[in-house]
Design a protein around this ligand. Structure first.
Ligand code: 8YV
Length: 332
């Protein structure tokens, strides 16, 4: 790290005021006040001049950007948990440390997951739409019937912090918890969550009522829910995704819901954000899918906490210590 008074920190998007104020005090912070997303060329310019780059999920910090980064760039302090927007391997090869913001968005993302688990089977979006259009003819015993959540089997794909937080909530709603994960969680956690571990994802999928994707997007999880695996699901099953769109073959999912081969989906993330497949948009009009624009961690508290984590990572690094949230190759 160069011996200069204040580090030049380039922040790619507008962050909460409190975070920006603190960054201005601590660093030579170049902020993006009007929040215009940066182009690849802008990112190259930023990587050329910065000591520290603070990107978000909307910035693709790929080998081309990193290949043109300046000598000074020594830290990429991602404002976000997932680091699939960054070519971490290339960064590490170039001696650039990468950090993220784990832990502080767990509860918010789990809340949003639970909201989607409820929204689709209980037809929330359809109910809202009826009222908005002034089409409610009054209560009827057989109208707008959805499906009960309690007693249903929830299959969680990825039992990290967020997966476990979802499991805790789902337990309280009377669901039975099943999970697939690279590594089995500790017996204590399994016991607390009364969770059943499935070594075989295929076997788990075939038996679930609702599947929730809570794993990171890595080369190993790209299209983990492929067309072949989606076909293993029961036609009554629902899929919820608050992790990354790339984990599911989005086209196959839309096709199957449209064909009645799956009951529906609640999606907060998409394969080609901010583009959303027109097929999914069309399905959202039928109520079979509920779509949200990547809002899982969108609380003011969460975003301030994320910003504070970014600051701690930068400050620790600046002081010559290992930042607490380093991304290591073993995590990819
Ligand atoms: C963030 C997320 O809003 O942290 C993550 O991995 O998916 C989001 O909730 C986003 O990544 C910020 O960069």
């Amino acid at each position: 790290m160069p011996n200069r008074k204040k580090l030049l920190v380039v922040v790619t998007r507008k962050l909460p005021d409190r975070v920006e104020t603190r960054m201005r005090e601590l660093f030579d912070a170049r902020l993006n006040i009007d929040d215009t997303p940066m182009s690849q060329a802008d990112l190259v310019e930023a990587a050329k001049m910065a000591d520290v780059l603070v990107p978000t999920v909307t910035d693709r910090i790929d080998a081309a950007v990193l290949g043109q980064s300046g000598e000074r760039l020594k830290l990429i302090a991602n404002f976000g948990n997932g680091v699939d927007n960054i070519d971490v391997t290339t960064a590490l090869q170039r001696g650039i440390t990468v950090t993220n913001t784990p832990g502080v968005l767990t509860e918010d993302t789990a809340d949003m997951t639970m909201a989607l688990i409820l929204a689709v089977p209980r037809r929330l979006a359809e109910g809202l739409e009826v009222l908005e259009h002034g089409e409610w003819k009054g209560w009827s015993p057989t109208w707008m019937l959805g499906h009960r959540i309690s007693g249903k089997r929830l299959g969680i794909v990825g039992m990290g912090r967020i997966g476990q937080a979802v499991a805790r909530r789902a337990r309280a709603f009377g669901m039975s918890i099943h999970y697939h994960n690279r590594r089995r969680v500790s017996p204590a956690v399994e016991e607390e969550l009364e969770a059943t571990y499935w070594e075989s994802l295929d076997q788990m999928l075939a038996r679930m009522d609702i599947v929730s994707v809570n794993c990171p997007h890595t080369p190993a999880t790209y299209h983990l829910l492929s067309a072949r695996r989606l076909k293993l699901l029961r036609p009554e099953a629902f899929v919820v995704n608050t992790a990354r769109g790339e984990v599911i073959d989005e086209n196959a999912l839309a096709r199957m819901i449209d064909a009645g081969e799956l009951a529906g989906a609640g999606l907060d993330v998409f394969e080609h954000e901010p583009a959303v497949s027109p097929k999914l948009i069309k399905l959202s009009r039928t109520g079979k899918v509920v779509l949200l624009p990547h809002m899982g961690s969108a609380t003011i508290e969460g975003r301030v906490d994320m910003g504070e984590k970014v600051i701690i990572n930068i400050k620790t690094f600046m002081d010559g210590h290992r930042p607490p949230d380093r991304v290591l190759p073993s995590m990819l």
